[in-house]
Design a protein. Sequence first.
Length: 475
Amino acid sequence: MSTALRTQLIRALTILGSVVLLFVVVVTGWYWKKKLQKYPESTISQAQGEQIFRSAVFENHEAEGVPYWIWRVMPEMFPQSFKPDYAELGFIRVAGRELPLGMNKSRRFGIEWVTHNCALCHAAAYRATEAAEQTVVMGMPNAFFRRQIYVEGLDKAYMSNAFTPDAVLGAIEKHTVLPAAEKPVYREWVGKLRERAIDYKNHVGTTRDWHPLHAPGQAEGFGAAKQYAGVFDETIGTADFPSTFMQRPRVIGHWDGISTSTLERVIGSALAIGAKGSAIDMQQMLDIDKYTMDLKPPPYPLAIDAAKAQRGGGVFQRECANCHAAGGARINTIVPLSEVKTDPHRQKSLNLSFLWRIKLGTLPSNYPFQHWQSSDGYRSDFLEGLFTRGPYLHNGSVPSIRDLLKPPAERPKKFMRGTNVLDAENLGYRSDRAAPGNVFEYDTSREGYSNSGHEYGTALPEAQKDELVEYLKTL
């Protein structure tokens, strides 16, 4: 074949491939638009929305769910992985509720299960002082939940030689007498959980195969999905759980501004914890989406110096409002990495090939995300409820707002994470070793953990920094 003919053939095949791809995109978009139109707009109240947010059951029993009595006995069967009642994993416990927030009971396959929903990562509690009772807040990022330890600990236990039907049923029978009809179901699921863990390990490995141990309140954004999809690279997508406050004005979402649909963000969260795309309860997704649209954060619970905050409001208008206030020219925009200079790993982990697999619905969830887009930086965001959202930057690499106003070289290079006790002076959570719950030393020298960048306001006089911090408590 001549060179000219080969060139023409390649060109023709390229054009044909482009046409086919365009056809698939159009048909996929039409299908899901039609599917969504079957569901009426949500009309729930905020109170109803909170109940759904707390108690929603996603169809993730076979992906991340755990049969209830197996979940109950895992800490005593595997004390090397879990403390009693899963202590130190950062679950949010509330009075009168057996399971942590974000975990719910439902019945499937003839037995009770523990499954996860949005509140596992997007509901949390703070304490105004070390002696104070906790205040639970819906939409607050759970900066204390150790998801990696929990999920990998379960999988390690499932693959253990000690995880046998006889051992599991023996442990359960110390607490309850299972109905005769449930015993064979539990025996069967002991084997299925082992198979699930082995399959996941074979396809994906563990998070630590490509990234060090996560801090509390963090997750790998795309790593597992990439490897299931056959996209293998060495990027690090680790980021802190974001808040879900006031989604209505957020035209773009996720840390990198990669989504322009609030509904797809809700659906993506369900899929991320194992829900099947084919089993998504769209009305439930619409209800949660409506609830988070106008979900307001709580007011700052400690004393605020009103005069200082008023002066800080002027500093904010000059230094911050352009990117972080309604009406600012750069709010809801992507600030390029070349300018913001924060850790680049998360942004670089969403490569073009993987992005199109997401948009076309070719991942295991088989759900197409039509409103995703590429990004070259991180989004400029609103700052409401800022005191509940520490540590700061997308990777939680700066413990307080006061530290964020320092030049990067002067920010803490190591600090502790895990406590929910507020740092009244600096705006954030206490990051000293003495604070109860601090279980993880965050080292900013690690890959993906850099505290560089976002140097806005770092040259302000110290008095103005203090005033700005005081004002930010009022948002």
